[in-house]
Design a protein around this ligand. Structure first.
Ligand SMILES: [Zn+2]
Ligand SMILES: [Zn+2]
Length: 236
């Protein structure tokens, strides 16, 4: 099943406009200039070469372009990118990247390009399947990495060390309580929501969140818990 952004702008999700008037446009990923007659209403254009490199190359461009203060809105756009699968270790980078971007947009703090590079470097070290094999979901670790980067935690810090470990722990508790089998979407939504609440409480930074998180990826998940999932549109 196709999701709603399949034919929209890869950066912001808006409907693409083919105006029939070829003009020079700058690719939002590689910043090279090409002639194209297609862009979104915000002028986003991704060149064919970058398009072929796939979702994780574009994830960074999406974050750098995003103005949202809501990390879930950013996360959903990242999940719509090509090569981001229903389940997969790419979520270990996406959760933290969405959080860093929304935190940056709320505070103006954080060197976002550097933070995203560090998030990708750390996140890609988490193998797939660690939720079930190590007892430690990668979406939760990704939220902990967000807190570590924002606070500048290291193994030698005191308060910061405690904060990033506590956030990972709180994410894991909630993820575990919702029950398996693993779902990278459900676990990612839960980690983001937990991180938003934690960041407001501990750092005094209030990111935005929708009142209700509704999943639109569940038809692609063969092991979906259906209406038993908190994020299913028909969950009671
Ligand atoms: Zn756009
Ligand atoms: Zn490009």
């Amino acid at each position: 099943m196709e999701n709603e952004h399949s034919h929209g702008c890869l950066v912001c999700g808006e409907e693409l406009v083919y105006d029939g008037v070829p003009q020079e446009r700058e690719c939002v990923v590689c910043h090279r200039r090409f002639i194209s007659d297609c862009a979104c209403p915000h002028g986003h254009y991704v060149c064919d070469a970058c398009h072929e490199k796939g979702g994780m190359t574009m994830a960074r461009a999406v974050c750098l372009e995003a103005k949202d203060r809501d990390p879930l809105a950013i996360l959903l756009r990242l999940m719509d990118l090509p090569d981001v699968h229903m389940h997969g270790p790419e979520h270990h980078i996406l959760v933290g990247s969405a959080l860093l971007t929304a935190y940056h947009n709320c505070t103006g703090k954080l060197d976002l390009p550097t933070a995203l590079t560090e998030m990708a470097r750390r996140g890609q070290q988490i193998p797939g399947g660690v939720c079930g094999f190590w007892g430690c979901c990668g979406a939760a670790i990704s939220a902990g990495m967000f807190m570590s980067i924002v606070t500048g935690s290291t193994p030698l810090k005191e308060k910061e060390w405690s904060m990033c470990n506590r956030l990972t722990a709180q994410c894991l508790t909630r993820i575990a309580e919702l029950g398996g089998p693993r779902c990278c979407k459900r676990d990612s939504y839960t980690a983001v929501k937990t991180a938003v609440e934690f960041t407001a409480r501990e750092l005094g930074v209030q990111m935005e969140m929708p009142k209700k998180i509704v999943c639109r990826f569940y038809p692609q998940n063969a092991q979906c818990r259906g209406v038993r999932c908190l994020y299913n549109p028909h969950h009671q």
